[in-house]
Design a protein around this ligand. Sequence first.
Ligand SMILES: C[S@@+](CC[C@H](N)C(=O)[O-])C[C@H]1O[C@@H](n2cnc3c(N)ncnc32)[C@H](O)[C@@H]1O
Length: 332
Amino acid sequence: MIVHEGKIDIETISTFEKGPGSVSPGFYNRTMEASRDLSVALLKSLKPGIALDSMAGTGIRGLRIAKETDWQVVLNDIDPRNTEIEKRNAELNSLDLEIMRGDYFCAVSSRKWDYIDVDPFGTPSGLLDAAIMNLKNNGIVGVTMTDTANLEGKSLHKGMRIYGSRSVQGTFSREISTRIFTKYVIERGAALGRSGKPLLVLRDGHFIRVFVRFKKGNKVADDSLKDVRIAAVDGEDIGPLYTGKLYDQDALERMKDFQFSENTRKLFENFKNEDMMFLFYENSNGQREVKKSVIIGELQNKGYKAGNTNFNEKGIKSDVGKDEFIKIVSSL
Ligand SMILES: C[S@@+](CC[C@H](N)C(=O)[O-])C[C@H]1O[C@@H](n2cnc3c(N)ncnc32)[C@H](O)[C@@H]1O
């Protein structure tokens, strides 16, 4: 079966339009298109270097980066059946690149990289240190986390054990789990004497994707933890979690003309709103639900910034204060 994504065609054995996909070789998962679109767009917006797609599967992400940017790309996967599929896919797209077959740890430690993509099934815990250690100074890790259930309620205890933070179920759980995972990535870097700066994060469907740039130095590593805090949410202490900026606005500006798929474009348009505030307001005045677009329009009329968030379909991000927000919503 051949599928098209971005500027390439990919031979796959099975395709999944929704959900987490499969552990079988050669699978294509449409749900992850946004994650791949953003990897390609981000790298295209930066000075080219050498990138490793360390768990490449069909090779789709690395092949897209090779086709759509000027980066040099190396593919790796442990499964020999995927290696064969990657070779055919490289040929199908007239791409000549290095394809390795081996364990993740061998691949990442084979040289120093400007970008390492870590895209495992489930949690990347146990994998991140090796990626961070094998980045060049100012290199970037793009990492997927599909273990969201453990940070969003299924097993808060397991989330605590793996990611070292207390989460909460409910309205804010998607933003909180994303910020706990971001904290986790930054903390792994700090433990290794690197300061991690998020460039962008994505919370969509069943996964979180985080892109973090790491700079070497103990002093900067110490500083990178200044935004890691415990936060009181609805009277409960949550975290520690990352409360700083999730988006590099310069990177977003450079990425804005990228030809995203329709779904990724919708998600991308909300990125500029996410750092207006920590968490978000809900579109309710207590007695009745006011249309979200009406509230956003009114906030903007009054000179505030306001917009949608990917963390909750009823959420509103704004730079307005809480008391003023309540006053404005009550007046509608
Ligand atoms: C979620 S899939 C990757 C999907 C792919 N990046 C994409 O965008 O379609 C995870 C991949 O990791 C590979 N893998 C699992 N354990 C590995 C290991 N220890 N070293 C390298 N690859 C591994 C699997 O064979 C599988 O292809």
